[in-house]
Unconditional design. Structure first.
Length: 162
């Protein structure tokens, strides 16, 4: 069974998503959705650098909640920055963040967190994966930005993945 269904949870999620997007439960839709749900994880398995092993699920849950709250706060901050009278006084710049995280899956999650947080954009990761370059919309203290990224995201990701 495992050879046919490589990742059952992913296959089930893809199948459900297919049905929602197709807005139909006809035989053809069910057949095509089932085929895609089985084939996609099998075909994409070679793209995954390492198997994912979450070592601390409670830390992962706290991190997920933190990311949601941080994204909401960042949305409000970006809106105030853009619409506020002092928008021109907000210094945006590139910030270099040294990395301790080595797991490629943790690095990928960090990229998603940074990208999902308004006001920050992942610009580049060094070839040795020891530093990343971020563009931050409003930087008053570069060291504080680096500390926030490391403390709020990198350290929990290291606990979860390494």
């Amino acid at each position: 069974m495992r050879r046919l269904v490589h990742h059952p949870a992913l296959s089930a999620a893809l199948f459900a998503l297919w049905l929602v997007l197709a807005q139909s439960i006809s035989a053809g839709t069910l057949l095509l959705g089932g085929a895609l749900a089985l084939a996609a994880p099998a075909l994409a398995a070679g793209l995954r650098p390492l198997p994912v092993r979450v070592r601390r699920p409670l830390v992962a849950a706290r991190l997920a909640a933190r990311v949601v709250l941080d994204a909401l706060r960042a949305n409000a901050t970006v809106i105030r920055t853009i619409l506020g009278a002092g928008a021109r006084d907000q210094p945006s710049r590139f910030v270099r963040v040294p990395l301790e995280v080595r797991d490629p899956n943790a690095l990928a999650v960090l990229a998603m967190i940074i990208t999902a947080t308004p006001g920050t954009a992942w610009a580049e990761v060094s070839t040795d994966r020891r530093a990343l370059l971020l563009h931050v919309l409003s930087v008053h203290d570069e060291a504080a930005v680096v500390d926030d990224i490391k403390r709020r995201y990198e350290r929990p990701l290291m606990e979860i993945f390494e």
